[in-house]
Design a protein around this ligand. Structure first.
Ligand SMILES: Nc1ncnc2c1ncn2[C@@H]1O[C@H](COP(=O)(O)OP(=O)(O)OP(=O)(O)O)[C@@H](O)[C@H]1O
Ligand SMILES: [Mg+2]
Length: 168
């Protein structure tokens, strides 16, 4: 099992504590506005997210992995290409939902951290989508209908986001 800062030696205990702590931290990322000033779709933003989620658990929180990893029969980016892959992902376009999804897929292939890639990268995906697609859409709609009360627009945007994200 992975070395951890909690002094836990059973993988069941580590899995339980890791889930509890990272869920609490994930809520805080949104509620404390920590995501607000991060650059959408950049690896530096993902590093901040990963560090925040896991800094109480793992020494490697926010740090690029130093070993090759695989899941099932799939090998994630080999170490020798990892930094170049991350630089390329930073440069990928992100002006609509499809482009952001492509970046997410590439980031999953990169799998930059030793553990916790899924949880941190999903928050990174939400952040990029909200910043690059939903907010501009909302501003555009607000201008068009000259409305100051955006409650209904919030609902519309939320539906748009949910449908785009979860439909195949
Ligand atoms: N065989 C695979 N091929 C490609 N990607 C995979 C494969 N298996 C898992 N993944 C991706 O890797 C993520 C899990 O990676 P990792 O264990 O580093 O993250 P995690 O946050 O601990 O896990 P989880 O996403 O399950 O909460 C999954 O969410 C999925 O996106
Ligand atoms: Mg995992």
């Amino acid at each position: 099992m992975l070395e951890n800062k909690l002094g836990l030696t059973s993988s069941a205990d580590l899995a339980r504590e890791e889930e509890r702590i990272s869920k609490k931290k994930a809520m805080e990322l949104f509620e404390k506005g920590i995501l607000d000033n991060l650059p959408a779709g950049k690896f530096s933003a993902l590093q901040v997210i990963h560090k925040y989620l896991f800094e109480d658990i793992y020494d490697y929180a926010g740090k690029i992995r130093t070993v090759n990893i695989a899941k099932g029969s799939f090998r994630f980016a080999p170490l020798i290409y990892l930094e170049a892959a991350l630089e390329n992902i930073d440069k990928m376009p992100q002006s609509n939902f499809d482009e952001i999804v492509e970046k997410y897929v590439e980031m999953n292939i990169a799998h930059p951290f030793r553990e916790g890639n899924g949880r941190s990268t999903r928050i990174w995906l939400d952040h990029a989508t909200i910043t690059k697609v939903i907010r501009p859409l909302k501003q555009k709609s607000c201008k068009r209908v000259k409305k100051t009360d955006t409650t209904t627009l919030d609902d519309v945007c939320f539906c748009y986001f949910s449908v785009s994200r979860y439909s195949s």
